[in-house]
Design a protein around this ligand. Structure first.
Ligand code: UTP
Length: 296
């Protein structure tokens, strides 16, 4: 039976060590991208794709996340008293976005382990997983396209991005076959961060997945892999190899994606997004041009 997908799982329990000390007391998903925490972009994306039930997998320092998606009564009444309706609506917006639930991961034993923590909440339904590291431009379509394919094929669907061969060692890379649909490929194998020169293709896995509930049994059987962590990629590789639960398909994304998990890419993402903003681009662009012209 084909299910209508309504649940989104957002793992946010990683240690975020690349961003220390900023992430000492705050999850990296709360780092601001211009003026919104990264995780808010991700929740907005899920809601825009029709997913209204959001489960966050949290770890240490979860309070900032919970508070962000909750009422802030003192702040709200202060802004209301001042008549600052613009700022008030910004504060209220994040707690009206979706029905947000939380579950703790305990020890961060890998992305696969984090997804496994969603088993009770998700039940026997397909669901989406969105990583806060990858921001997909709201003007470009990805998640709803993936959901469409997962629903019609009753299969697992991952998001793929064509990367330069020199960058392939930074990603999970898929071995693919054509399907006859321009933006959809069948995934026959996956390898996590292949050594330079050994990648089977240029199709890199990015942080959006639509998973079938069978993934939970596969994850339970998946031993720790790279970094001694339970890797989602390893479980997906099992599904791709065996064709279990409808097999694995990839939607090839050709839109704008911002990688905020890496410090340099995070800075680039902020500059790119701020330049596109009506309220900030006008001031930032001439300053940036002048600044760049003054560089050696
Ligand atoms: P990353 O590997 O990018 O996150 O995981 P990290 O481990 O926090 O980052 P660094 O390398 O130490 O800086 C991708 C996503 O999976 C989540 C992270 O929060 C991030 O959103 N994750 C990762 C978990 O929820 N639990 C884990 O055990 C690992």
């Amino acid at each position: 039976m084909a299910f209508h997908i309504t649940k989104a799982v957002i793992p946010a329990a990683g240690l975020g060590t690349r961003f220390l000390p900023a992430t000492k007391a705050m999850p990296k998903e709360m780092l601001p991208v211009v003026d919104k925490p990264a995780i808010q972009y991700v929740v907005e994306e899920a809601v825009a794709a029709g997913l209204t039930d959001v489960l966050m997998i949290t770890g240490r320092n979860k309070n900032a996340l919970e508070n962000h998606f909750d009422r802030a009564t003192e702040l709200e009444s202060t802004l209301a008293q001042k008549g600052d309706t613009d700022k008030l609506s910004k504060v209220e917006y994040s707690n009206t976005l979706a029905d947000v639930h939380y579950v703790r991961q305990g020890d961060p034993r890998g992305l696969g382990h984090a997804v496994l923590r969603a088993k009770m909440h998700v039940g026997h339904e397909p669901f989406a997983v969105l990583l806060g590291d990858d921001l997909i431009d709201a003007r470009d379509v990805l998640l709803s396209r993936m959901i469409e394919e997962a629903e019609s094929r009753t299969a697992t669907v991952i998001a793929l991005l064509e990367v330069e061969p020199e960058a392939a060692h930074l990603y999970g890379i898929a071995t693919v076959e054509e399907t006859g649909t321009d933006d959809v490929v069948r995934v026959t194998g996956l390898v996590e961060k292949p050594p330079t020169g050994s990648a089977p293709s240029n199709f890199a896995v990015i942080g959006r997945y639509v998973l079938q509930p069978e993934i939970f049994e596969v994850l339970e059987q998946t031993p720790p892999g790279k970094g001694d962590e339970i890797q989602l990629t390893d479980a997906l590789q099992t599904l791709a190899r065996t064709g279990q639960a409808g097999g694995v398909y990839g939607v090839v994304f050709r839109g704008r994606r911002y990688d905020t998990g890496d410090r340099l890419d995070y800075i680039k993402a902020i500059v790119q997004l701020a330049l596109d903003r009506e309220d900030l681009g006008v001031g930032l662009k001439p300053w940036l041009q002048e600044f760049v012209a003054g560089l050696d």
